[in-house]
Design a protein around this ligand. Structure first.
Ligand SMILES: [Fe+2]
Length: 907
């Protein structure tokens, strides 16, 4: 991309940073006296006002004197590290040669050092400018990392460089990893970038890169105050126009892009915003409206990517070798191939061995139906593909849930265990009173009382009275009645979909085994539509009970996907990320804290809106709510979502699964000790909290520093009023006045992005990959004695059960999606780990010590969780055929591992 060339000239910048690119330049001679150094140092400052000290990470240090020459000038050197494409195509190489001729060697990049001091002439930061000199060989096995150099001669009173302006005169963007300035007392100064530098042709503004010194707004050195403000203004944009691929503008838009009314009336979807259908905001793309509806945004068709700010796009390793490639293969090749192969005979599984065949024999995909695309299938470890004479054979891996115990899914205690240790362990609640009351409007939805009675429950309590069971906190409920009932009639009008709104009562016996004892299924508001089922002991009631449990599981799968997974993690995080970029400078300590927890989320959410949750997308096709899926998600946001209850301890207390107890580490005691998600989650929560509190305390020494931090206050206000606009008037938003307030808010955000998402996301295939364990939809209601289907059920209950489950096509599609969504990318970054490329993200020695402590604590937790999984007294994670609970083990390798907590939501 760039070539070696002697430095031509150095200029002293005399005009403010953005003055239409016209800077007065004063020429300085430039004689380089530098040789390449491999210094890696952390420059420490903390909140000490920016004093520079070298700390422990120096590997090989060459003495770098700060000495002026006879003219009173100092020579410094900038080393610029750029990441090229890992797999460079011939066309890229040709383009690089073309750049050589167009720009001349070494003329393609200009950088400008900005001092912390004000230049009294210009009243902005002192500056010097240089062209990048040329390529410096790097003894590295990483062929795509390239270093360039630029020499500067600066006045001896220049001060310390705190920012760099970089201008890319090439026709192509490039990825800047970091710039290191050598020549100042105390060692090198790092400017971590990890950003795409746009071409001057696309945008005439220079990019501003700040040093790795964190500053609260009030601490910003005078020389870079303007740049701090200008960079934020540039990121916010004007709110107008269609975003271009090279933009790095973060802005908000409502969910008005899910439908495709221009294509088909059936694909009209409501806009999710306002009092009736509130929803978090997404990242604005500015695409034009549809022709049919001026309020809906037009969709973008492949191969054009959906806009996300440039630095939010997947890096090449994720893009080409793994997730993005897999996602594309999944959406554009595999699923169409499955449809082509199975649609003409889209039938039920006829016997359980039909399901087993998916793992043993595989699905023979019809290559003829999808020539070209099918050959590009790029699948992970779990779904193996083989070429055979008849086509391409797709084999699914045996999911964890049946690998150890082929029949566990049939047992009641396994059904209950999955409510505590499965992929959706966040809906079980303590049952506090009977009768159970609905909160729905009785004038619309009928009697408020559930049909589950005291007498019925006491038959299942083994002689214990209901009062005693409630007093001893032995009764629990998974209650999907109120969230689903308003949608059931609409859902059941969709061909091939039949659902109930369910309530499930569970009993925790004295032996500590939780099991379901009653299931209420409601079809509509009339009391006559409510039926209560219990286990039963004869053959018929036993099969009916299995069907009732399957209906509960399909309710659970829908709520899990649309509420707990999509809404509460993916969608809710998006506004925090947008606000963080718009309101917190990249030199703000809270920006630096949150940065690892924002990686890839905007892009994966954009891909999901394009292919998963869109009108006619895979979620609608595979889950019971069908075209009402996102309306249901919006209803949950309207009625249930509260920021203050997204903290793990608060959520457990809300559900009655824990009580406040100041003697416990997180201030709560679990009602069921053997609740693996909560027990392990509280460990993770507590170390995140400890890390965040120590970090906040370090940067906010002054008692008023939280309230006087103008960027932080604007950030929090924007999250409430713009990002979660429809909830802006809710009284439950935490205040942001103290360090504790800030720590609480940040701990919740980091928990949601890391532990909460990991617990909810990476078990999707391990638990859902066996359809009978977790059907995503049901196709038949439970037959009643007076109905025609009843006799079919009596004659062959197994066939009736299987014919109620998703069809073979529906099942194989959703299994493929679950497999992909459960997959860790090879470049995944896990909680407590710092990517080597980002190891200069902050220059504070104290913070690095705190981060090391955080990492060590996570390593300890890993051992604690492993020990728990070996504890035979913990029957929800140990026992014959019982899989250990590993979803909150912090680390993982790539692939579908059922473990590992990434820093951010990236799949
Ligand atoms: Fe996810």
């Amino acid at each position: 991309m760039f070539s070696i060339h002697p430095l031509n000239s150095i200029t002293l910048r005399q005009s403010p940073p953005f003055s239409n690119g016209r800077h007065r330049r004063i020429q300085f001679s430039s004689v380089s006296r530098w040789r390449r150094v491999q210094t890696k140092a952390v420059v420490s400052g903390g909140d000490n006002g920016g004093q520079i000290q070298t700390t422990a990470t120096t590997k090989t240090k060459t003495s770098i004197p700060l000495e002026s020459n006879e003219s009173g000038e100092i020579e410094v050197k900038a080393m610029i590290t750029i990441r090229k494409k890992m797999k460079e195509k011939l066309i890229d190489k040709i383009e690089d040669q073309w750049e050589y001729f167009i720009n001349g060697v070494g003329q393609g990049i200009q950088i400008q050092l900005i001092s912390h001091q004000i230049d009294p002439v210009t009243n902005s930061g002192k500056s010097v400018q240089s062209n990048v000199r040329g390529w410096v060989p790097k003894p590295s096995s990483v062929s795509y990392i390239v270093e360039y150099a630029a020499n500067f001669t600066i006045p001896s009173d220049f001060g310390s460089p705190c920012a760099i302006l970089i201008t890319n005169l090439h026709a192509k963007e490039f990825y800047l990893l970091e710039i290191v300035i050598h020549g100042f007392n105390g060692g090198p100064i790092f400017f971590p970038a990890n950003t795409w530098i746009h071409s001057h042709n696309d945008n005439h503004e220079s990019r501003i890169i700040f040093s790795n010194q964190a500053y609260l707004p009030s601490q910003t050195p005078a020389g870079i105050k303007d740049l701090r403000r200008e960079d934020l203004l540039s990121i916010r944009g004007t709110g107008k126009g269609e975003r271009k691929q090279h933009d790095r503008i973060y802005d908000y838009a409502p969910y008005n892009d899910l439908g495709n009314p221009d294509k088909d009336k059936e694909l009209v979807r409501p806009i999710l915003e306002g009092d009736e259908m509130p929803y978090p905001r997404r990242c604005r793309t500015g695409r034009p409206p549809t022709l049919s509806d001026p309020f809906s945004e037009s969709r973008i068709e492949k191969p054009h990517p959906v806009y996300v700010p440039r630095d939010e796009t997947f890096e090449e390793i994720k893009q080409n070798t793994f997730s993005s490639g897999r996602l594309k293969a999944l959406f554009h090749n595999l699923i169409p191939s499955l449809a082509a192969t199975l649609s003409s005979s889209d039938i039920s599984f006829k016997c359980f061995s039909d399901i087993d065949k998916l793992y043993i024999d595989g699905v023979l995909l019809n290559v003829e139906e999808n020539k070209g695309g099918i050959n590009d299938l790029l699948l992970g470890k779990l779904m193996n593909q083989f070429l055979s004479a008849g086509g391409r054979l797709l084999k699914y891996e045996i999911p964890e849930i049946i690998k150890r115990d082929r029949f566990s899914w049939l047992r009641d205690n396994e059904f209950a265990r999955q409510a505590l240790a499965g992929v959706n362990p966040v809906n079980i609640e303590l049952l506090k009173e009977i009768p159970i009351q609905s909160k729905l409007d009785p004038t619309i939805y009928g009697p408020l009382e559930s049909a589950i009675t005291k007498e019925l429950l006491e038959q299942e309590l083994g002689g214990m009275s209901l009062e005693k069971a409630i007093e001893e906190k032995r009764l629990f409920i998974i209650d999907y009645h109120d969230i689903l009932l308003p949608f059931i009639k609409k859902m059941n009008s969709i061909p091939g979909r039949k659902a109930y709104a369910s309530r499930t009562i569970l009993f925790n016996s004295k032996s500590g085994i939780l099991r379901p004892i009653a299931i209420e299924l409601s079809l509509h508001q009339a009391r006559s539509s409510r039926r209560v089922y219990t286990h039963g002991h004869d053959a018929t009631t036993n099969w009916i009970w299995k069907l009732a449990k399957a209906h509960v599981c399909s309710n659970d799968a829908g709520i899990h996907q649309l509420v707990n997974h999509w809404l509460r993690t993916h969608a809710s995080m998006e506004p925090y990320i947008i606000a963080t970029h718009r309101q917190l400078s990249s030199m703000h300590p809270i920006y630096k804290l949150l940065h690892p927890h924002m990686r890839y989320t905007l892009e994966i959410n954009a891909i999901a809106r394009q292919n998963l949750i869109n009108g006619g997308g895979i979620i609608e096709a595979s889950f019971s709510p069908g075209k009402y899926a996102l309306e249901l998600s919006s209803a949950a946001y309207k009625n249930m979502w509260r920021f203050d209850l997204e903290s793990l301890p608060a959520d457990l207390i809300r559900r009655g699964m824990a009580v406040e107890d100041s003697s416990m580490p997180c201030g709560v005691k679990l009602v069921i000790d053997d609740y693996p998600y909560a027990a392990d989650g509280l460990l993770i929560w507590s170390v995140i909290k400890e890390w965040v509190e120590s970090y906040v305390k370090h940067f906010y020494a002054d008692p008023n520093s939280v309230t006087t931090d103008v960027e932080l206050q604007a950030w929090w206000t924007e999250i409430k009023t713009k990002g979660h606009h429809d909830k802006q008037n809710e009284p439950w938003w935490p205040k942001l006045s103290t360090k504790d307030d800030l720590s609480g808010i940040l701990t919740t955000m980091i928990w949601v992005a890391s532990g909460q998402h990991a617990a909810i996301n990476f078990g999707q295939y391990p638990f859902g990959g066996y359809v009978p364990n977790r059907p995503t939809l049901m196709r038949k209601l439970i037959p009643q004695e007076n109905e025609p289907d009843y006799e079919n059920f009596i004659q062959n209950p197994q066939l009736f059960f299987l014919s109620s489950l998703p069809t073979q096509l529906q099942a194989t599609k959703v299994m493929a999606v679950q497999d992909t969504l459960s997959t860790h990318s090879a470049d995944e970054e896990y909680l407590g780990q710092v990517n080597l490329q980002h190891n200069h993200w902050i220059n504070d020695h104290e913070i690095m010590k705190l981060l090391n402590k955080f990492s060590s604590r996570l390593e300890e937790i890993e051992e604690i969780i492993k020990a728990r999984n070996k504890d035979t007294s913990l029957k929800n994670r140990n026992g014959a055929g019982v899989p250990p609970y590993e979803l909150l083990l912090p680390t993982s390798g790539p692939g579908v591992t059922g473990r590992g907590i990434p820093n951010s939501i990236s799949i």
